[in-house]
Ligand binder design. Structure first.
Ligand code: GLC
Ligand code: CA
Length: 564
């Protein structure tokens, strides 16, 4: 039995840096072209070398892979493609030995339709204990799923429709059923007893649906319906039950909240209804799109700054932020918010822009070497269910080339190409043909090549992590944005007592002048980080110039100074 820990025992997450692993594409250790836990084991030292202190694993459980692991058929085992329970324990123990925590993905809004609960539930029957594990109706409402058209699918066996907010093979669990909540608590205990340190909780703001499942109204289908299943009436009640289990172990909880607003996130993060230590928001991921990446619009720095600042200011001392620019659901950030042409400069600039915000940084596999989007030739080459639906459902009047271009910009598959380790065949990911296409730029963009580049993206990430780790100000200091209407430069300050760090990032593709805001010029300051080491020297102390700075394309810097 675990001992009850005081709340602050889990506060390790505030100083942590997470590395996120989507195992299928990370490293293949047993020569079948699929990434696995043998591969992960061999790379733990590499992860440690980044300065990461925690790992988040995307789902490792048995899954028919309709949504690559997010359709789970057994919550308490390891997908045989990835290894087995013994191998998982080896990875867990070794990670712990190296001083890294391990966080698992908890996906309980839905299961796979091949989960035994669903197989039983389909049979119906009055004394079937699984009858009400899912959401069954004689007549569907007008909801759309996020992945595959209509949110309801007729089941011949049961003679009723079941709800699936995502793919057809992902039926939604009925969280209003106390038995289902007991199952969730058992899953939590199972992994906590094994020694994992917490959970990233998938679409957790969707698990309680509005009573009676009313029709949605509104212009854009999914958005008009969402208020019927987002932040539902019992959400905090249910999450409190899960929180109590996690409290017994001091386990960290990180909620994924698609389309969550900062105000609603605060209900999960603070006060009486606090159930989460951090939330993943999508706000700042819409700087080049509307609602989903498929609805593309040109990148605007102002949109990114506004979203980041909104969360920084609102959470401030009330709650803790999670910081990310990439994960398995979004295309690569250099291709989106940076520039493939200014690859190194924009990759390091983006790192600077987000790593020093207040909160816990997450680095997604491949982000640290600047991996970019893949451009496949035909929609048949893509494997992600949502890409296929988008292609086949929207913009049908456009040419094939134009729809494919939209997929190039938006597909989640760009985040899921095999990790580029070196310049050997298959990018050193596997010694046989990988399960998915390797990005053809792997000969130049890979870990081994980056290790040889002192000024490369990889070593820059390492420097950022180190700088943050040794500074109380960068971890706990307050946030203030300057010049918010500037369309090309992001500037903010982190302050604690008399110490301040000033972060300046240019997103311009050419040289630009930048006037420092009032109160900065004439100050003595020290440059502590630059992504233009040939132009500027770190460690140099100087006076901030009255005539302003001349910034190179995607130039970023961190300056330290004293405040009165
Ligand atoms: C979350 C996951 C995503 C998955 C979806 C359905 O958004 O991050 O990968 O497809 O939930 O489980
Ligand atoms: Ca393998």
């Amino acid at each position: 039995m675990a001992v009850k820990l005081a709340d602050d025992k889990r506060e390790w997450y505030k100083t942590a840096v997470f590395y996120q692993i989507w195992v299928r594409s990370f490293a293949d250790g047993n020569h079948d072209g699929i990434g696995d836990l043998y591969g992960v084991y061999d790379k733990l030292d590499y992860i440690k070398s980044l300065g990461a202190t925690a790992i988040w694993f995307n789902p490792l459980y048995p899954s028919p892979n309709a949504d690559y692991g997010y359709d789970i058929s057994d919550y308490c085992d390891i997908n045989p493609e990835f290894g087995d329970m013994d191998q998982f324990k080896k990875v867990l123990n070794r990670a712990h030995e190296l001083g890294m925590k391990v966080v698992m993905d908890l996906v309980v809004n839905h299961t796979s339709d091949e989960h035994p609960w669903f197989k039983e539930s389909r049979k119906g029957g009055d004394d079937n204990p699984y009858r009400d594990y899912y959401i069954w109706r004689d007549k569907p409402n007008n909801w759309d799923s996020l992945f595959e058209g209509d949110a309801w699918e007729y089941d011949d066996v049961r003679g009723q429709y079941y709800l699936h907010l995502f793919a057809k093979k992902q039926p939604d669990l009925n969280m209003d059923n106390p038995k289902v909540r007991e199952e969730v608590k058992n899953i939590l205990r199972f992994w906590l007893d094994l020694g994992v340190d917490g959970f990233r909780e998938d679409v957790i703001n969707f698990i309680s649906k509005k009573e009676g499942l009313p029709n949605g109204i509104g212009f854009i289908p999914v958005i008009g319906q969402m208020h019927n299943y987002k932040d539902g009436p019992h959400i905090h009640e249910y999450l409190k039950e899960f929180r109590e289990v996690c409290d017994e172990y001091g386990a960290v909880q990180i909620g994924e909240g698609p389309m969550t607003t900062v105000d609603s996130a605060l209900n999960y993060l603070s006060g009486r209804t606090k159930s989460m230590d951090m939330m993943f928001s999508f706000d700042h991921m819409t700087a080049d799109c509307l609602f989903t990446e498929y609805m593309h619009r040109p990148f605007k720095l102002i949109r990114l700054k506004k979203a980041l600042s909104r969360w920084q200011y609102k959470l401030a001392d009330r709650a803790w932020n999670s910081l990310y620019l990439e994960n398995h659901d979004h295309p690569r950030v250099i291709s989106r918010y940076g520039s493939e042409k200014f690859h190194r400069a924009s990759g390091t600039c983006l790192a600077t822009a987000y790593m020093f915000l207040k909160g816990t940084p997450f680095i997604y596999q491949g982000q640290e070497i600047g991996m970019t989007n893949i451009r496949l030739k035909s929609i048949d080459d893509y494997v992600d269910v949502s890409s296929k639906t988008n292609y086949n459902k929207y913009h049908l009047k456009e040419s094939v080339a134009s729809r494919l271009h939209r997929i190039h910009l938006s597909s989640r598959d760009s985040a899921r190409t095999p990790m580029q380790w070196d310049s050997r065949d298959n990018a050193g990911f596997s010694d046989v043909k990988p399960w998915f296409f390797v990005n053809p730029n792997y000969k130049d963009i890979n870990v081994a090549a980056e290790e040889e580049r002192p000024d490369g993206i990889l070593n820059y990430y390492r420097t950022c992590v180190k700088l943050r780790a040794k500074s109380k100000t960068l971890i706990h200091g307050s946030y203030k944005e300057y010049d918010p209407e500037n369309p090309l430069v992001y500037m903010y300050e982190r302050n604690l007592g008399k110490e301040s760090y000033i972060i300046i990032c240019s997103f311009a593709k050419e040289n630009i002048p930048f006037m420092l805001p009032k109160g900065f010029a004439g100050h003595t300051a020290k440059l502590v980080l630059t992504n233009y080491p040939r132009k500027r020297k770190t460690g140099e102390i100087g006076i901030l110039p009255k005539k302003g700075l001349r910034l190179s394309p995607y130039e970023a810097m961190v300056i330290k100074m004293k405040r009165k």
